[in-house]
Design a protein around this ligand. Structure first.
Ligand code: ATP
Ligand code: MG
Length: 361
């Protein structure tokens, strides 16, 4: 998967931009506010139709434009050349074209041009609420287990039904829906647990290599209720409480990935740099799982990767990226550090909403 050309109009600080890329590693350097993140954001937007730093798509449109367009040429995993164009106007009407054909569903693009962003939000992996880690794992389960979506929608339907019954204090149909919920929720937990175990093993290997001083990091799967009980036992025990509160208290919707160091929560005990490294390791392991299991090699966007990391850690990460087969786009304020560590890299200088190519690998 390689992006070869990117054309941007009316996106963030760029009124117009046309870039060609190296097949492996592309580094964008420049001062604060120069427009580095905006380029990575445009690549991410092309794939997902969303921004990784703003909930409102309207913010992406340049202040002087009525519409944004992002266009790219890329080689897919079978080395076929493709063209993708996405436009968005102020009324939030989106237009997507794939090889000149109109497309209605952005997920088709995410499928053909997968992009994974590792950005300042991702670096807070350990500090985020459980919902963040749950979505992270579920997204992986969705890719790896074809039956995930079917099971997940059954679980959601049962949970919705149960919440209504608990709220209305109707006990007549409760047994039936609890039984159905337990059946599907157990299947979901089994899938999550299996994918989690594979992911965790990859993470442990990378922790040994990148942060051996944190070899005592312990990552565990919290299924959403105490492991002392089966889900059936838990639902039985919680019934009175669920009826009082009017909703399902414990269950698969509370799943989390717990990280601890010497039995203490990692997010309360590690340094910012250490937490950032662990977050990056989560994403690198995620990408590795996609690549080994599904032969998907997403494009990587790494925003401010080296900030807060010492040279030794940055070097290990650079080696990882260099040895992977993913095309990478990296932003930095300090090109000298990265360029000394990365080989065969294309460096771009970003200044006043203009980008110039400084080196060709
Ligand atoms: N919709 C918009 N229209 C025009 N300019 C915008 C818009 N949204 C953001 N900007 C501006 O774009 C500029 C570039 O922002 P960007 O986040 O890409 O910079 P950066 O190089 O990543 O900076 P940093 O090193 O601080 O992360 C900023 O000056 C920002 O204020
Ligand atoms: Mg930035």
């Amino acid at each position: 998967m390689q992006l070869t050309q990117l054309k941007i109009n009316g996106f963030r600080c760029y009124e117009s931009l046309d870039l060609t890329f190296d097949q492996r590693i592309n580094v964008f350097s420049g001062a604060n506010g120069a427009g580095k993140t905006s380029v990575l954001e445009a690549i991410y937007f092309l794939s997902t139709g969303k921004s990784f730093r703003s909930k409102r798509s309207k913010n992406l449109i340049n202040h002087n434009s009525n519409e944004l367009t992002v266009f790219a040429q890329y080689n897919d995993k079978d080395k076929f050349k493709n063209k993708i164009g996405v436009s968005l106007n102020k009324a939030l009407k989106k237009n997507i074209k794939f090889n000149s054909q109109k497309i209605s569903n952005q997920s088709e693009i995410a499928h053909t041009l997968p992009v994974v962003s590792i950005d300042p939000d991702s670096y807070l992996f350990l500090d985020k609420p459980p919902q963040y880690r749950r979505s992270f794992l579920d997204w992986l389960v969705f890719h790896v287990k074809p039956e995930y979506l079917k099971i997940w929608s059954r679980v959601s339907r049962c949970q919705k039904q149960l919440n209504t019954l608990y709220k209305e204090k109707r006990q007549d149909q409760l047994g039936h829906w609890e039984k159905l919920y337990i059946e599907y929720a157990d299947q979901l937990t089994e899938m999550r647990q299996a994918v989690f175990t594979e992911l965790r093993d990859l993470i442990y290997i990378k922790v040994q290599l990148i942060i051996p001083e944190l070899a005592e990091l312990e990552i565990s799967f919290y299924q959403g209720w105490s492991k002392e009980n089966t889900l059936a036992e838990q639902i039985q025990k919680d019934r009175e409480k669920n009826l009082v509160y009017g909703n399902l208290n414990q269950g698969v919707h509370k799943m989390d990935i717990k990280n601890s160091i010497i039995h203490k929560p990692a997010h309360e005990n590690l340094s910012r740099g250490q937490k950032k490294l662990i977050s990056i390791i989560y994403y690198l392991s995620y990408i590795e799982l996609l690549s080994t299991q599904l032969k998907i090699n997403p494009i990587l966007c790494l925003d401010d990767m080296d900030a807060e990391l010492d040279t030794e850690k940055t070097k290990i990460l650079c080696d990882f990226i260099q040895n992977s087969s993913n095309q990478a786009f990296i932003s930095t304020v300090d090109p000298n550090k990265l360029m000394a560590l990365l080989k065969k890299t294309c460096l771009f200088h970003v200044e006043h909403n203009q980008i110039s190519r400084l080196t060709t690998p």
